[in-house]
Design a binder for this molecule. Structure first.
Ligand code: S3P
Length: 443
């Protein structure tokens, strides 16, 4: 029996009030991984209790790590040390989570046991050669399908991995992190160079666990010399979840919201930069540092937006926020043009095609291109039925579009909102979105 969830959003409204969105997904994954490999007991606060991060947590339990919680975002991890993981009894099922699969493939390549990584239909269609190819250069033994997709059968090659000096062909924090984790088990110094800055939570958290990691410009280096020492982690709210309300409050006249304790790591704040270029009013208040990561409260007041050509250097810094940024573009006066974002085609869905299809359904002139989209904004947003194709961020983006629609929008296939933001429906309703959620069980 599986559950289908449909969102129905009534047109119009405004967002007002305060909210704290759940913990950062990228940091939640990494807290489990590094906490498990540390010596000692790590306490995590603000952990994201959503399917993706829980898939990582379960994988480490399956490898013998004792983990208490999560309970109200608190997790206690009894670290087993860098060489303390045990062979799992069965394959590690990682659901929808690309981060879990790509980071784990690096970590598991150098273990003294074999593993098989599997995922759901979406994850099983996503490209894995971007990690298996550089890992093979390090001497890893990983078998994927003929198309280079999961399941991944990993033969552990403990003591046999060799360091590489690798320049990534695409700006990917998952590939970078995968290779750094493999580098912790390789002979020599592993270096990864990125073509553009990507999120650096792995590097920051490794330092937080006192593991030596060297950063020089766009190059990060690591070696097997070092150990992880347990620490305390306070995960800030996920700016990728906050993004839905940053856009919602910007586009809905009369809105005024404050989002508390949001992570504003500069490798993640592209959404704020892009919205500001479009004319949005976003204030960054009470800036502070929590556990090596910058955090702030964000106040957003509605303002008319204008279309822009999105600077390409901002793309990796806002890579998960484009579904809802396309909604902002639909509400902005004039043309918005995105280029250099071909990575969007290999996310949980093809986010260029799926968003263009949905925007066209609700009356927007949105033209997909191989590496982006051209949207004529400022026209009338109607309503209709769109499908998220099982992609959490597409579902939430169209829910936000309802704030400026003239007719109801029905969004099919929304169960996957639970992978990153199970509280979305309740928080959105509290802030003023007229959202109803219908659940049906299907055989
Ligand atoms: C992530 C990196 C990004 C992002 C994903 C999470 C991470 O993926 O889209 O949601 O936690 O490292 P890429 O590295 O593939 O761009």
């Amino acid at each position: 029996m599986s559950k289908t969830i449909t969102f129905i959003v009534q047109p119009g409204g405004q967002l007002r009030g305060e909210a704290r969105v759940p913990g950062d997904k990228s940091m939640s994954h990494r807290s489990i991984m590094l906490g498990s490999l540390a010596e000692g007991v790590t306490h995590v606060k603000g952990f994201l209790e959503a399917e993706d991060a829980l898939a990582t947590l379960q994988a480490f339990r399956d490898m013998g790590v004792q983990i208490e919680g999560p309970s109200n975002g608190c997790v206690t991890i009894h670290g087993v040390g860098k060489h303390g993981l045990k062979a799992p009894q069965k394959e590690l099922y990682l659901g929808n989570s690309g981060t879990s699969m790509r980071l784990l493939s690096g970590l598991l390549a150098g273990q003294p046991f074999n593993t098989v990584l599997t995922g759901d239909k979406s994850l099983s269609g996503r490209p894995m050669k971007r990690v298996t190819e550089p890992l093979a250069l390090m001497g890893a033994a990983i078998k994927a399908t003929g198309k280079g997709t999961a399941p991944l059968e990993i033969t552990g090659r403990a003591g046999q991995l060799q360091a590489i000096d690798y320049t990534m062909p695409m700006a990917s924090a998952q590939v970078k992190s995968c290779l750094l984790l493999a580098g912790m088990y390789a002979q020599g110094e592993t270096s990864v160079t990125e073509p553009a800055p990507t999120r650096d939570h792995t590097e920051r958290m490794l330092s937080g666990f006192s593991y030596p990691v060297r950063r020089q410009g766009n190059k990060v280096s690591i070696s097997a010399e070092g150990k992880l020492t347990a620490t305390e982690i306070d995960v800030p709210s996920d700016i990728s979840s906050a993004a839905f309300f940053l856009v919602g409050a910007s586009i809905a006249p009369g809105s005024d919201i404050t989002l508390r304790h949001v992570g504003i790591n500069p490798t993640r704040t592209g959404v704020i930069s892009i919205l500001r270029l479009m004319g949005a009013s976003i204030e960054v208040l009470n800036e502070r540092e929590v556990g090596g990561e910058p955090v702030a409260d964000l106040r957003v007041v509605s303002k008319p937006l204008k279309g822009i050509a999105i600077p390409e250097e901002l793309v990796p810094l806002a890579i998960d926020e484009f579904p809802v940024l396309f909604v902002a573009a639909a509400c902005a006066e004039g043309e918005t043009r995105l280029t250099g974002a071909e990575e969007l085609r290999v996310k949980e869905s093809d986010r260029i095609q799926v968003m263009a299809d949905g925007l066209q359904t609700i009356g927007i002139d949105a033209k997909p291109t191989p590496d982006g989209m051209v949207i004529q904004g400022g026209g009338r947003i109607g309503g209709g039925t769109v499908t998220s194709h099982g992609d959490h961020r597409i579902a939430m983006a169209f829910a936000i579009a309802g704030l400026r629609a003239h007719d109801p929008i029905t969004i099919l296939d929304c169960a996957n909102v639970n992978t990153s933001f199970p509280e979305f429906k309740d928080l959105a309703k509290n802030l003023g979105l007229a959202l109803v959620c219908e659940e049906n069980s299907s055989a």
